[in-house]
Design a protein around this ligand. Structure first.
Ligand code: AHM
Ligand code: MG
Length: 331
């Protein structure tokens, strides 16, 4: 009797196999994903060596969001700009750390071109204490026919061609969705490659865990406070690291719900629609979960008006999101 050999699939091989499913694909997207994979390895190395190389702490200025920029925010941003800048298929790069998108190639071309948006180092305030941080990315098709090149970016998240994140935790993981399901890769440092460890990830339908900054509870709208009372009366646990990538990764694997509600200080919520919320919402939906910006309003359907726009976020296991909505609606 023959035995199936154990298959080793790297991220690179996975991307090429996905590309082969679409005979019309010219490989442009694959090149962009490979630039993201290389960036992830370089950033992972910088994160691991940060204390040794004295690149922790802030650079002493704020980004466009009014947040103190960490030295590693800037380093990670530069790495992504450098790797993506060399890819012919990238028309525009937009980063949470840059006020304006970088237009690289705006003329029409025979090959399909893309816009790549990213949060280079999400949760970077965790760096000083060796906590988990991540990189989040979103890829949209570029349309040279749209008036100003930067207007090409203003597409609802549902149109993302690919989305994903890298989590620099106790290991470095790369979570990716291209066109359909969600796949999980882990960096094997001895080989220098991301290895596929799970295909078609499915988020558990429920789990009694919520992830929210409860320090803001007093300034949440009533409905969210009602939900928290209900959850606490029903034996829920709370898990919150302050890095969205780490918190959402836990929920993707174990189930539960992640919330960033509107607050008095941030009436639109704190999280950025195009760099953080859209890509993570797509991952959660493609894994079978739900992602909303308010009861009855799908996050991926928001038509952005500005690239640094913010949004409230409710995402996670379908059953848990339904409970949040029920309690917000006061049912
Ligand atoms: P950052 O991209 O500047 O690191 O900010 C985003 C982070 C998210 O990762 C996290 O969910 C949130 O900010 C935490 O904010 P708060 O400290 O208000 O709970
Ligand atoms: Mg962020």
């Amino acid at each position: 009797m023959s035995q199936d050999p154990i298959r080793i699939v790297t991220l690179q091989a996975h991307i090429l196999a996905e590309q082969a499913r679409y005979p019309e694909a010219g490989g442009t997207l694959s090149w962009i994903l490979s630039a993201l994979s290389i960036s992830a390895k370089i950033i992972a190395d910088k994160v691991r060596r940060a204390r040794l190389e004295n690149v922790l702490g802030s650079v002493g200025r704020e980004n466009v969001q009014g947040e103190a920029q960490q030295k590693l925010d800037v380093l990670a941003n530069d790495v992504l700009l450098a790797t993506l800048g060399g890819r012919e298929g990238v028309a525009i790069v937009a980063s949470e750390e840059n006020e304006e998108p970088v237009i690289l190639r705006e003329e029409a071309s025979g090959e399909r071109r893309y816009c790549v948006l990213f949060d280079p180092l999400d949760g970077s305030s965790n760096l000083d204490v060796c906590g988990a941080v991540g990189t989040i990315f979103s890829i949209l098709a570029y349309d040279a026919g749209v008036g100003l090149a930067r207007d090409s970016l203003l597409q609802p998240g549902a149109r993302q061609v690919a989305a994903g994140y890298v989590l620099y935790g106790s290991s470095t993981v790369f979570v990716l969705s291209i066109g359909h399901g969600v796949d999980l890769f882990v960096l094997d440092p001895s080989v220098g490659a991301f290895m596929r460890v799970e295909r078609n990830l499915r988020i558990p339908a429920g789990n009694k865990v919520y992830s929210v900054n409860e320090g803001n509870r007093r300034s949440f709208p009533d409905g969210y406070r009602r939900y928290l009372d209900w959850a606490q009366n029903n034996g829920y646990s709370s898990r919150y690291t302050g890095a969205m990538v780490a918190d959402v990764h836990r929920i993707l694997l174990k189930g539960g719900v992640f919330l960033y509600p509107p607050t008095q200080k941030a009436p639109e919520g704190k999280l950025r629609l195009m760099y953080e919320a859209n890509p993570l919402a797509m991952i959660i939906e493609r894994a079978g979960g739900k992602a909303l910006c308010a009861p009855g309003e799908r996050l991926l359907d928001i038509h952005p008006k500005a690239i640094h726009q913010r949004t409230p976020v409710i995402l996670g296991s379908a059953g848990e999101v339904d409970d949040v909505v029920r309690l917000i609606d006061g049912v």
